[in-house]
Design a protein around this ligand. Sequence first.
Ligand code: OAD
Length: 235
Amino acid sequence: MTLPRAASIVILTGAGISAESGLRTFRDANGLWENHRVEDVATPEAFHHNPALVHRFYNERRRSLPSVQPNAAHLALARLERERPGEVLLVTQNVDDLHDRAGSRNLVHMHGELLKGRCLACRAVLDWPGDMDADSRCPACRRGQLRPHIVWFGEVPLEMERIYRALEGCALFAAIGTSGHVYPAAGFVEAVGPEARTVELNLEPSRVADAFQEHRSGPATELVPAFVAELLARR
Ligand code: OAD
């Protein structure tokens, strides 16, 4: 795939890119939602009615992070950002920190971050590497209760203006390891300009596969390093 040197790229990632690091996806067999109904753990109503269950669910996810490592796909995307002269914006739906640890910096966590908490009183967003419960208090205002810094169903994802601006101006949009079930991310492929190339990299076609010009089929740890090498080779 050849692109002008300064052309900008937007990459969207989903749970599939972290699967080979050992983190479960949401909708595959044995996916995360299998043991929980989404509305029991990932909605503001769930947090209101049963905060202990919601905290437990996200505490488990947070505790699993130290034992997993970024894989070749995360590392390749960090290399792409470092080595390409044009802007590479990485938008992830993942709440893990594997892109951060791989070295990606121009990164939007549109669905929030497991390792952060948000104060219900002063709205401060804070680093929160440990467990959180109903007694956790905001270190900034010292009174507010904390919630996981996660975008739940029914809430608006983060930094949407920045994302749509980048989509409108990009020369290439690639979606990696995402099933196309959850909007607005599933609609990003429709938001690019008329000249943009679009490619999907996934184990299997996503729900919105027809909207992409090109498909590459296989595991992210194989597809993504090859894709990045191609983008860096022919500048
Ligand atoms: P899903 O679990 O819906 O989809 C994972 C996708 O990754 C599927 O299309 C798989 O085919 C693909 N996949 C699995 N293993 C792969 C591998 N090794 N290499 C390449 N692809 C692989 O996860 P998402 O699309 O990320 O939101 O889900 C989107 C959102 O739904 C999540 O961010 C989460 C959830 O509800 C919130 O929690 C707000």
